[in-house]
Design a protein around this ligand. Structure first.
Ligand SMILES: [Zn+2]
Length: 146
């Protein structure tokens, strides 16, 4: 009888600076990066050299927190065929000192407002689709806190 050859379905991050814990989704995905030990600057993901002071090979890995504030946003009205519009694309300044581009939920994209700048947001993750091998793909998003 033929051996079952199907490989186990995996859960992969949509971007390299997203980490998926072994026990996902019980433990949520998180952002990680490095901190330059020479000048303290933090980055999302891996670095070979520091963009601020130029130091090389002197980084420590950092796990970033889930909270920050909406620095700037755009309401997106056209996207890929499978993507529902309009949605809010934002740049979030994390409390940990790095910025990330992500979609923002909890605001009405039909009624954009200047008061959204600086809104407190909290990260969550979800499976947004499957790759061509059938593995789940996880993205991080932000929700406005009340
Ligand atoms: Zn540096």
């Amino acid at each position: 009888m033929a051996q079952e050859t199907a490989t186990e379905k995996k859960t992969n991050p949509i971007l390299p600076f997203i980490k998926i814990p072994e026990n996902y989704p019980e433990e949520d995905a998180y952002l990680w990066g490095v901190k330059c030990n020479a000048c303290g600057t933090k980055f999302l993901g891996e670095r070979i050299a520091c963009g601020k002071c130029g130091a090389t090979g002197n980084f420590e890995e950092v796990r970033y927190g889930t909270e920050g504030e909406l620095y700037v946003f755009a309401v997106v009205h056209q996207a890929m065929p499978d993507v529902k519009t309009p949605f809010i694309a934002g740049i979030i300044d994390l409390d940990d000192g790095v910025s990330v581009r992500a979609n923002v939920y909890g605001l009405d994209p039909e009624k954009p407002d200047h008061s959204w700048f600086g809104k407190r947001v909290k990260m969550f993750s979800e499976v947004t689709g499957q790759d061509r091998d059938g593995n789940d793909v996880v993205a991080v998003k932000y929700k406005v806190q009340n």
